[in-house]
Design a binder for this molecule. Sequence first.
Ligand SMILES: [Fe+2]
Length: 214
Amino acid sequence: MKPSSKVIAVLLCSLLMTFCRNQETNSEMSLNEPTATLQTDICDDPDAAIECCFANMPKQLTSTMVIPDDDSKSEKLIISGTVYRKDKTPYPNVIIYAYHTDSKGEYSKKGTETGYQKWHGSHHGWCKTDKKGYYRIETIRPASYPKTTAPQHIHSAIKIPGNEPFYITDFMFKDDPNLPKNMQNKYSLQGGSGIVDVKKVGNVWMGKRDIVLN
Ligand SMILES: [Fe+2]
């Protein structure tokens, strides 16, 4: 017995509805399912590539980096200076990244950090040299790692637009009793020894570091 045209029409409608439901389910899956790229933050790694230092920086930077701190025991620190090219001309638009321990010597976190800053902690920031190569970092004096004789230090990396980023020698402090004597003249990375002669002005440690890049 041949199916009536009405039965054929009902079957076709049913098939089409099933097809459309499957299509919707598939498109929902592709929209809601994160891709491997979104799921994996390659900068959330203590050994991430140096580029990750600059992944979270604000779009607009000034020549002053301000690193907030809400510990009343922290001592304020301001370091400023000029970044120069090898030929000693001022280097504008150089991005400086810095991160360091808190007043207890720990890379403490606020819990809102992402990417590399999950490992570097909340005491981090960026700035960009002005047209005279000038930069300024307003932060607190970092403490040595707890129960160690490691010198106080501020890690720093540099990014010049169009070039590969690189680390410079850590900022360290001339009056730090933990600063090894043989470190005074040891230049391990770009930017000189990194040792800053800080002096207390009021209740703020002030220091100057000029950075000559190769
Ligand atoms: Fe460190």
